[in-house]
Ligand binder design. Structure first.
Ligand code: F0G
Length: 398
């Protein structure tokens, strides 16, 4: 069953519907978990090990073996910050971001519904992922990208997997508005995170974190927030497993935004449950360069209901954290993902996070998604002949 998060109106699972017809709010799937957690043991470690908890037709699954991502204990960085730190590395998914979890479920639903064309607007990763899953399913794929604001790796993926790519003269919010209008005219099936089936895939990040901690909840989950789907999805996941009795506690959901694109943090600071859109969002973390997040209600509910928090970080703090994670722990992430680490650092400094807390930072996309920003942050390699004497001198002088 699909239910409106605001007025509770109910819709059938097979209705192609993105927002509530009665009040216009966002929708969610209502799923009951009536299995024992032991059922997951011994299965291959992909998202579909949780298939009983994902409300789609198993015979239609479109998958690239997503999920089951690394859960790295980060002792060096954790010690530096005085917390017990784990990093959930979503860049290890097939197309290099957490979006694959949403797309495997979203494309499976598309197959179930028998649609032939899928589409999304994207800051990059959603389009890269959708292009790959649409190729695997044999569907036509249309993506709208904000012109000049999509990192190179993501653009390459969307184009290479054969999506029809439109470079929109406008920002992500405007591209999404246009894409949504076309979806409502039934030209395509919309696979942005307003589609509640996307979040049914992404909620498995929450499942896995609890499983990875041997069926315990971390004190806190920290992640970057853009369109606000992922924080909502992870909260749904951990809540479902909590309600099923698989864990005794719930984590404080902590959403980090870039200073130049922070409608959710602004709302949190005022105690509101809806955002006031930011007109011209700007940040080096192009993945989260979003001013009007569609899942604002769900995200703010998640933050308030979990006794969580929201904070902003500057572009400089993001780039510093990206390098810190790469050079202290060997985990390479794109700028948006590093917002979670930057946020952790800031909230420890502010005393919002207590020393000794068990923290899971979700890092959402791979370093190679945005090679330009990575190269710009480094000193150029020295050009030198393959002459051993010269090389020895150079190395010894370091
Ligand atoms: N991190 C990365 C790497 C992302 O690509 C995104 C969103 C987010 C975090 C934020 O997640 O939107 O669920 O709050 N990227 C979308 C896209 C908007 O089009 O790829 P969110």
């Amino acid at each position: 069953m699909i239910r409106c998060v605001s007025c509770g109106a109910e819709y059938d699972d097979d209705e192609v519907i993105y927002t509530c017809e009665k009040c216009g709010s966002v929708l969610e799937l209502v799923s009951d978990i009536d299995v024992s957690k032991d059922i997951f043991d011994g299965r291959r470690d992909t998202l579909w090990k949780f298939k009983e908890c994902i409300p789609v037709d198993e015979s239609k699954i479109v998958s690239l073996d997503e999920g089951g991502t690394p859960f790295c204990k980060c002792d060096k960085l954790g010690e530096e910050l005085g917390v017990n730190l784990y990093v959930k590395v979503e860049g290890s998914n097939p197309t290099g971001s957490f979006k694959d979890r949403g797309m495997t479920v979203g494309m499976t639903k598309a197959m179930e519904l028998g649609v032939s064309t899928v589409g999304c607007a994207s800051t990059g990763n959603t389009s890269a992922s959708l292009a790959a899953y649409a190729a695997r399913a044999g569907s036509r794929c249309i993506v709208f990208l904000p012109s000049g604001k999509v990192a190179l790796g993501k653009l390459a993926q969307a184009m290479f997997h054969g999506a029809e790519v439109m470079s929109i003269n406008g920002n992500f919010d405007e591209a999404l508005e246009a894409m949504t209008a076309l979806a409502l005219e039934k030209h395509l099936y919309l696979l942005n995170s307003i589609n509640p089936y996307r979040l049914e895939g992404q909620k498995t990040i929450g499942y896995e974190i609890l499983r990875d901690l041997d069926w315990q909840s971390p004190d806190r989950i920290i992640l970057p927030v853009g369109n606000a789907g992922n924080i909502s999805a992870i909260w749904k996941g951990v809540s479902e497993f909590y309600n099923a009795g698989f864990v005794k506690d719930l984590p404080m959901m902590t959403g980090i935004q870039a200073e130049g694109a922070c409608p959710v943090t602004n709302a949190f600071r005022k105690g509101d449950r809806r955002v006031v859109p930011v007109e011209n969002p700007e940040t080096i973390a192009t993945a989260i360069r979003i001013g009007a997040p569609v899942s604002d209600i769900k995200a703010l509910n998640a933050i308030y209901d979990s006794n969580g928090y929201s904070e902003t970080v500057s572009d400089e703090e993001i780039l510093d954290a990206q390098k810190l994670l790469a050079r202290t722990e060997g985990i390479g992430v794109e700028p948006a993902s590093a917002a979670s680490i930057a946020g952790l650092k800031k909230l420890v400094d502010q005393g919002v996070i207590d020393k000794g807390e068990t923290i899971t930072c979700v890092v959402t996309g791979h370093l190679l998604k945005d090679p330009n920003t990575a190269i710009d942050a480094c000193t150029k390699p020295t050009e030198v002949d393959a002459d051993i004497d010269t090389l020895r001198k150079l190395l010894m002088n370091k």
